[in-house]
Design a protein around this ligand. Structure first.
Ligand SMILES: *Cc1c(COP(=O)(O)O)cnc(C)c1O
Length: 222
């Protein structure tokens, strides 16, 4: 077995039943993705539009491509034919653009609402206040998308208590939306949180989807 297959199997064996693995393949060559595919992986996460489109045309058609990075509205059109899910909806304007474009080509795309709970200034996403204002306006207004849950990142720190606080905050927001504005939406079920260095904490905080790159593919080449 190659390293990638071995890493995948090791990680999969630690995931509770019902938890989805997004293999984050950004910056890795198609050969590496093909190895993961041959080992059975079907969900891949990319953070750049052009890279996703290029890989999608080179690799098997049954791959589910998840977009996980900041998405500019002028890149939406290029990725919509290829993506199964956009995990990084970080503004009402982006949700509108994705819905419009998907509807235009008769698609319905799964999306996650990206939440900003970490302390870093640079992270994208809805703050808790922004999402509680915006969520009630979603139902019925975005026919090209299916809102399937939330995505978030913890603060980038070795302080595990703070990481846990961030993941707990994401889970609490998910539940308040699931019991409130998203109550009539049965597709609203995912809490995407946890990366290579913190996914075990995320799982203990209720993650249903982890996004793991480095632990599968090794260090990225920038
Ligand atoms: C790159 C990235 C990941 C994966 O990070 P690793 O540390 O390599 O596991 C997960 N989520 C997002 C949003 C990313 O951009």
């Amino acid at each position: 077995m190659n390293d990638i297959a071995e890493n995948l199997n090791r990680i999969l064996s630690t995931l509770p039943e019902g938890v989805t693995l997004t293999a984050v393949s950004k910056f890795h060559p198609v050969e590496a993705l093909q190895q993961a595919y041959d080992a059975g992986q079907r969900i891949f996460g990319e953070s750049r539009a052009q890279e996703l489109v290029k890989k999608a045309t080179q690799l098997p058609a049954d791959i589910e491509w998840h977009f996980i990075g900041h998405l500019q509205t002028n890149k939406v059109r290029s990725i919509i034919p290829h993506v199964a899910m956009i995990q990084s909806i970080d503004s009402p304007r982006l949700l509108q653009a994705v819905s419009d474009e998907a509807a235009r080509i008769n698609r319905c795309v799964d999306v996650l609402l990206q939440l900003h709970v970490a302390k870093e200034e640079t992270k994208f996403g809805f703050t808790p206040d922004e999402i509680s204002d915006f969520a009630p306006q979603i139902a019925g207004n975005y026919p090209g998308v299916r809102v399937a849950g939330v995505m978030g990142m913890a603060s980038n720190t070795d302080d595990f208590d703070r990481v846990r606080d961030d993941f707990d905050a994401i889970r609490r927001i998910f539940h308040s939306l699931a019991n409130g504005a998203m109550k009539s939406n049965p597709a609203f079920r995912h809490i995407s949180m946890g990366m290579s260095h913190d996914y075990k904490i995320a799982l203990s905080c209720g993650s249903t989807m982890v996004r793991i790159g480095t632990d599968i593919f090794g260090e990225r080449e920038y």
